[in-house]
Design a protein around this ligand. Structure first.
Ligand code: F6P
Length: 319
């Protein structure tokens, strides 16, 4: 292997730049040439490659977003798109590819692998919904960003004796919502993984008001229900008047936490080492703090479970 490329794909996540830096510098340390692909799979199909040297990735370790830029590509999902990507890699004589993204991006990486392209994936998404790694790059930062916002909302909720609903990101997974709920001391959390019962929630709110609580916080994952819908249901079923906050894209930005920066650096470097060792069609991750490689396919075939202990903790500690 002489020349590899790296791209970021799907939703951006804080720490992606630290991963790019680690890929580039490890590759050069191992005497490989490295190219950055601009705008994810779009750039791969169009041959948008840019040679990267160690100094080109200087000063980016703490920056949010992705210097390579990213995209969600519909064209790449077609056979024509896949063939265009393979042909532009062949033209540029690129022998291996590192894909930084979530499970959707890994599906694309798998299709390249099936057609003979050596690919390794690095999990980067604020949703943390990738099987094969305990945490994905960006999740810890998003969790802390959301938590800071919820702590501020708690101040005003308590001053005014109000009920607040906060919607956090998480299209199909409740990791952010559940962990924000535990860390902020929220009264209730609604996640896609768990059945929701409005009657039960109204009952809980009634009990907590009776026990002397003047304000309450409900965290909802966007994939379970919108905060606006929750407000309407609380009004209809229990007569509650709630204030709504949607945290939105702010959760995707910002400088990565130390956890994400270290995770990204480790995974970026490990991905290149695995590629050099001859691993193909895999993703790298950390399991119980150790580095682990697993088949790309298993990253989306199963569903990563929420920690049931944390689910119970929200109920137990919000009495
Ligand atoms: O996959 C990460 C994520 O931030 C989800 O939580 C969210 O639903 C989605 O991306 C938003 O995607 P887009 O950037 O395409 O609007």
């Amino acid at each position: 292997m002489r020349r590899i490329a790296v791209l970021t794909s799907g939703g951006d996540a804080p720490g992606m730049n630290a991963a790019i830096r680690a890929v580039v510098r490890t590759a050069i340390y191992r005497k490989l040439e490295v190219y950055g692909v601009l705008q994810g799979y779009e750039g791969l199909m169009d041959g948008a490659f840019q040679r990267l040297e160690p100094r080109d990735v200087g000063g980016i370790i703490h920056r949010g977003g992705t210097v390579l830029r990213t995209a969600r590509s519909e064209r790449f999902k077609t056979e024509e798109g896949l063939l265009a990507a393979i042909s532009s890699m062949e033209k540029a004589e690129i022998d291996g590819l590192v894909v930084i993204g979530g499970d959707g991006s890994f599906k694309g990486a798998w299709e390249l692998h099936r057609r003979g392209v050596p690919v390794v994936g690095i999990p980067g998404t604020i949703d943390n919904d990738v099987v094969g790694t305990d945490e994905t790059i960006g999740y810890d930062t998003a969790l802390n960003t959301a938590l800071e916002a919820v702590k501020k909302l708690r101040d005003t909720a308590s001053s005014h004796d109000r009920l607040f609903i906060v919607e956090v990101m998480g299209r199909e997974a409740g990791f952010l919502a559940l962990n924000v709920a535990v860390a902020s001391g929220a009264e209730f959390v609604v996640v896609p993984e768990r059945k929701f019962d409005i009657g039960f929630l109204c009952d809980r709110l009634h009990q907590s008001r009776k026990s002397g609580k003047q304000h309450s916080l409900i965290i909802v994952a966007e994939g379970a229900m919108s905060a606006v819908e929750m407000k309407a249901r609380l009004q209809d079923t229990g007569g509650y008047d709630a204030k709504v906050t949607v945290l939105g894209y702010i959760q995707r930005g910002g400088s990565p936490t130390s956890f994400d920066t270290i995770l990204a650096s480790r995974l970026g470097s490990f991905a290149v080492e695995r590629l050099l060792e001859g691993d193909r069609g895999i993703m790298v991750g950390t399991v119980c703090h150790g580095m682990k490689a697993s088949p790309l396919k298993s990253s989306w075939e199963g569903r990563k479970p929420l920690n049931p202990e944390l689910v119970e903790l929200v109920d137990k500690l919000s009495i």
